[in-house]
Design a protein around this ligand. Structure first.
Ligand code: UD1
Length: 372
């Protein structure tokens, strides 16, 4: 039997943590299958890409498509144009994509049109909010995938409603939590990450809120961004706020002239941090305020209360079983939730089924029997 090649695609920051454990597992099968790693180049800065590869032990990509930033159409179309010749040259047995970023749908679409099977890891999550670019990417990727691996049981019902047969769906658990559990002991102490940004006794273990915010719905509209940052400034009077600022958010803050507002609060801004740094910052936080999908899951795994600055979530298990509360962008709701956590300690939650560090093992076992 000839050796097969599996193309694995990463593009943006949250993809790296999801792909790392899958590649590690596939490596145990290197006699049977070779991995051809494609980086689309959607994220390209050292802080958004290279540090993750190093820290997570992801091998150098076999090819970097170098697409960079652009409008959604521009970015998606460019990835497609540059990915097609790679498939022609490599002729893989399947293409494996993760998550819901533009790279995920772009590469899936190229593969399916060439009749190459698509494997989607983190399938079936739905926020019900079609104004989110990721929701469109999720729906379309799932429709054209041959094998769909889910992180929570509700995902299967979402997929069934869209006409996807259970035969193609595999409940595997959460690869992002595989990475978290594998790296928890290596997490950088929060004080180490903060040492260049504040005095050593300014921030205590469990004595700060960690904030991340980059969704277009929160940062692109100047009015919403101003309102949110004003609430954060108010919160920072009760609890210092650590804020690693995403490049999209930084440019909106600068365009809207909001740097002075931020400087008026007890807010420590940092550039985007690496995986081991954000893990350390999450682990030691009193609470996390975020609009990220990944942090909602990671805080549930860590047992740290999470205040989600969105109107909905595609990860309902983090609310039903975990530590997550959805508050949207309404100042009063955010304040009330933060106050509740300060008084009661917030939700303690429990670990969802199969968030046990073995999701990648289950996925690779299944794809081995299906494709190699
Ligand atoms: C993308 C994903 C989002 C994910 C997020 C994590 C889509 C539709 N969105 O959003 O789901 O949560 O990544 O970060 O795929 N930029 C840099 N350096 C970089 C990358 C981007 O400065 O390395 C700046 C550019 O100004 C760019 C902007 O950030 O225009 C946005 O980048 P983009 O890749 O379009 O989307 P994200 O907002 O990062």
């Amino acid at each position: 039997m000839s050796k097969k090649t599996l193309v694995c695609v990463v593009g943006a920051r949250p993809n790296f943590m999801k792909m790392a454990p899958i590649i590690k597992q596939l490596n145990y099968l290197k006699e049977t299958v070779s991995v051809y790693l494609v980086h689309t180049g959607q994220h390209y800065d050292q802080a958004m890409k290279a540090s993750f590869f190093e820290q997570l032990g992801i091998p150098e990509p076999d090819v970097d498509l170098g697409v960079g930033s652009g409008s959604h159409s521009d970015q998606t179309a460019n990835i497609m144009l540059r990915f097609e010749p790679v498939l022609d040259a490599v002729n893989p047995c399947a293409v494996l994509v993760v998550g819901d970023v533009n790279s995920t749908i772009a590469c899936s679409l190229v593969a399916v049109k060439k009749q190459i099977p698509v494997i989607h890891v983190e399938a079936g999550l739905r926020s019900g909010d079609r104004s989110m670019p990721e929701e469109i990417n999720r729906i379309l990727t799932d429709q054209i995938s041959d094998s769909l691996f889910t992180t929570e049981r509700s995902a299967e019902a979402n997929l069934n409603k869209e006409g996807i047969d259970s035969k193609r769906i595999h409940f595997a658990g959460n690869v992002m939590i595989d990475t978290l559990l594998a790296n928890l002991q290596l997490a950088s102490p929060f004080a180490e990450t903060l040492k260049d940004y504040c005095t050593s006794d300014a921030i205590k273990e469990g004595g700060y809120a960690l904030l991340t915010m980059h969704r277009p719905s929160n940062v692109d509209d100047p009015e919403t961004l101003t309102r949110l940052l004003q609430v954060i400034v108010d919160i920072s009077e009760k609890l210092p706020v650590i804020f690693p600022v995403h490049p999209r958010t930084l440019s909106r803050i600068e365009q809207t002239g909001l740097s002075t507002l931020i400087a008026s609060g007890n807010i420590i801004c940092l550039p985007p941090v690496g995986y081991l740094q954000i893990l350390g910052l999450m682990k030691s936080a009193k609470m996390v305020l975020t609009d990220s999908g990944g942090l909602q899951e990671e805080t549930t795994a860590l047992g740290v209360p999470c205040v989600t600055l969105r109107e909905n979530t595609e990860r309902p298990i983090t609310v039903e079983q975990g530590t997550n509360t959805i508050v949207g962008s309404d100042g009063n709701k955010i304040q009330a939730c933060v106050d509740d956590i300060l008084i009661t300690g917030g939700k303690s939650g429990r670990i969802p089924e199969y968030w046990d560090g073995k999701a990648a093992e289950r996925i690779v076992e299944d794809i081995k029997s299906l494709y190699f």
